[in-house]
Design a protein around this ligand. Structure first.
Ligand code: ADP
Length: 261
């Protein structure tokens, strides 16, 4: 709490009024801490691939380049670490554009059943590569919402990619669309590794991962769900998660229906 005060004196120099200002700076400090933590995270995340690239190229330069097989192997590592850095930077840039509202939104009427079917189709190869069973459940009636199709697709892609990443081969993944009078719902469920209770409230935070090494091995950056949440909220929607460690996870998206006014 920041306390400041001022005394107002009248003509005879007597104090006639004291103004006391009590300012709650906890919110300000919290934001400041978040910013600091974010910068530390970005630096840390970029430093790891930079260190790898540096040491592999140094080893090549100091003679390893004479061996063709080693050279190929090292160059592949350098390439994949560069790709990783590029992905982190691309996702950070996207988050910053969302934060600063510097996004060229293209909202249009979207029919969710057809829209989610098309996304499911694009994912069918990825599902079958890991022998996942996939079910798409949808209502008979069309479900109309207003959405930016590219952004909404990206939001759903992030969740579906996570289902694939965090579900052992041969899992069950489902995508269900439904609606009530006001809202459309998209439920994406898997029967994968699940999320520990204490981590549930944190998975939408930037760079938060339950298991850093596992996420990294799967090509994750820890930014996907924070982008997804941002996109869904910018659609006037909300996202929630339910999970049981070892049994699976369900993400529930709720979006306002596009109704005639
Ligand atoms: P990442 O790039 O690490 O996947 P995300 O922001 O997409 O980052 O997700 C954050 C973390 O939430 C993941 O690292 C993982 O620990 C957890 N997570 C997300 N989706 C699932 C899921 N379907 N099952 C289990 N854990 C999940």
């Amino acid at each position: 709490l920041k306390v400041s005060f001022a005394c107002i004196r009248d003509a005879s120099r007597e104090v006639s009024l004291i103004i006391l200002v009590l300012q709650d700076i906890t919110e300000h400090q919290k934001l400041d801490n978040m910013r600091r933590e974010f910068v530390a995270n970005v630096s840390h995340e970029l430093r790891t691939p930079i260190t790898t690239i540096k040491s592999y190229s140094e080893t090549l330069l100091s003679g390893a380049v004479d061996d063709k097989a080693t050279t190929m192997q090292f160059l592949k590592v350098i390439e994949s670490e560069t790709d990783r850095m590029a992905l982190i930077v691309r996702e950070l840039l996207q988050l910053s554009q969302l934060d600063t509202k510097n996004v060229d939104w293209k909202f249009e009427q979207v029919e969710l059943v057809a829209f989610t079917s098309a996304i499911a189709k694009k994912f069918s190869l990825a599902f079958s590569e890991k022998n996942h069973n996939f079910i798409h459940m949808f209502p008979e009636e069309p479900v109309l919402i207003k959405a930016d199709t590219n952004k909404l697709e990206q939001a759903l892609q992030n969740i579906l990619t996570n289902c694939i990443k965090y579900t052992p081969d041969g899992g069950d993944i489902s995508l269900a669309v439904s609606s009530d009078d006001e809202r459309a719902y998209i439920r994406i469920r898997d029967n994968g590794i699940g999320i520990p209770k204490e981590a549930m409230s944190r998975i939408f935070e930037r760079f938060y991962r339950v298991d850093k090494a596992r996420s990294r091995d799967m090509g994750g950056t820890g930014l996907g769900l924070s982008i997804t949440k941002h996109i869904i909220e910018d659609h006037g929607g909300s996202i929630s998660v339910e999970s049981e460690l070892g049994s699976g996870t369900i993400f529930i998206l709720s979006l306002p229906l596009d109704k005639p006014v």
